[in-house]
Write a protein that binds this ligand. Sequence first.
Ligand code: RB5
Length: 147
Amino acid sequence: MKIAIGADHGGYELKNQLRDALTAAGHQVRDFGANSTDSSDYPDYAAPVAHAVADGQAERGILICGSGVGMAISANKVRGVRAAVGMTQELVALTRKHNDINVLTLGGRFTDPATAQTLVKTFLETGFEGGRHERRVEKISALESEL
Ligand code: RB5
């Protein structure tokens, strides 16, 4: 799968670990930075990852900041992106099944590497259920015309 990934300083280490694990698993991963633990601004990484997903250059995006929240807020400003913070495996599965998220955000200061890998695997492997959820996701898309 083509995956875009990015992080600020709060997610730098976890981003690199996930990038390497996903690449080793055969995914095509494009790393949009950060490239160091120097303090940086999460919207600067959320924007290119979100646009890569919205434009179809990547099928999914993964964004990591300290809490995951700033990345989710930022990514959701981009038309066509549905981002959510991955809290537990069950919640990540639900955000795929019901909300068809295309960007997963993680809190680098709250998520250990093994848990992060489980959350990402669930994000990549869980399908959208469609049906009544399709109508609701379409209503989310309709809200974008108000942006
Ligand atoms: C940076 O200190 C921190 O605010 C950022 O990584 C993120 O947690 C914001 O939502």
